[in-house]
Design a protein around this ligand. Structure first.
Ligand code: SAM
Length: 219
């Protein structure tokens, strides 16, 4: 994922057709332009803000974990919404530039030691676990799908380990294919589960989000 304001790689004539089309689309995209104008690190910030508008996910003082946080748009939104009394822990394989009020862990969200580090940084059970984790697209739809769904399953494990009863989980999934088992597991763990396509999510992308609320802590 490129950061707004960074230069595209290589001279214009060396660009492939797909990267040229991508650059043209970025230049026209109203959410890319708004993110630059308003200082959000990614257009993805609008997706989380739109889900919050619809589901009232945040409140001041909440503890929030953001998995797959780079470059930091969701964490910026979360930090703003939970305020100084809240706590946001951002996790990514990639570095994330500092964000006021956010503890940043440059770690693999799926590793056991990361769970220990998140717990230490949170200082109590999480009210919400967010996952926008994704791997770079391979071009092979079925491989991309399996990878995103595997990350989603791992994010669910992290959420189940960290959430307080009644807590919430928001995760990216891809439309179609083998996500039935995962959906069953999410429905078992949460009282209210919705699929959402926020307006800022590109209409031609297969990405959708699951907003799961009312975590049922295992007895
Ligand atoms: N929500 C972010 C924002 O608003 O700026 C954008 C997230 S970007 C779409 C997906 C991120 O998931 C990438 O930065 C990638 O490094 C991260 N990611 C993928 N696998 C991961 C893993 N196992 N652990 C931590 N982060 C991971």
């Amino acid at each position: 994922m490129s950061r707004p304001g960074t230069r595209p790689p290589g001279p214009a004539k060396a660009r492939t057709l797909s990267s040229r089309l991508w650059l043209e689309r970025q230049a026209r995209d109203p959410f890319v332009l708004a993110a630059r104008r308003e200082g959000w690190r990614s257009r993805a910030a609008f997706k989380l803000a739109q889900m919050d508008e619809r589901f009232h996910l945040f409140a001041t003082g909440r503890r929030v974990v953001d998995l797959g946080a780079a470059p930091g748009g969701w964490s910026q939104v979360a930090a703003l919404k939970v305020g100084e009394m809240g706590r946001v822990v951002a996790v990514d394989l990639l570095p994330v530039d500092p964000i006021s009020g956010v503890v940043i862990l440059e770690m693999d969200a799926t590793a056991e030691e990361t769970l220990v580090a998140i717990r230490a940084a949170l200082g109590g059970p999480a009210d919400m676990v967010l996952s926008d984790m994704a791997t770079p697209a391979t071009g092979d739809r079925s491989i991309d799908h399996l990878r995103v769904m595997a990350l989603c399953a791992q994010a669910l494990d992290v959420a189940a380990a960290l959430l307080r009863p009644g807590g919430a989980f928001v995760t990216k999934v891809l439309k179609g294919g083998a996500d039935r088992d995962l959906l069953v597991a999410i429905k078992r763990a949460f009282g209210d589960v919705r699929h959402v396509k926020p307006p800022a999510s590109r209409q031609d992308s297969r990405e959708v989000y699951i907003v799961a609320q009312g975590f049922r802590a295992p007895r």
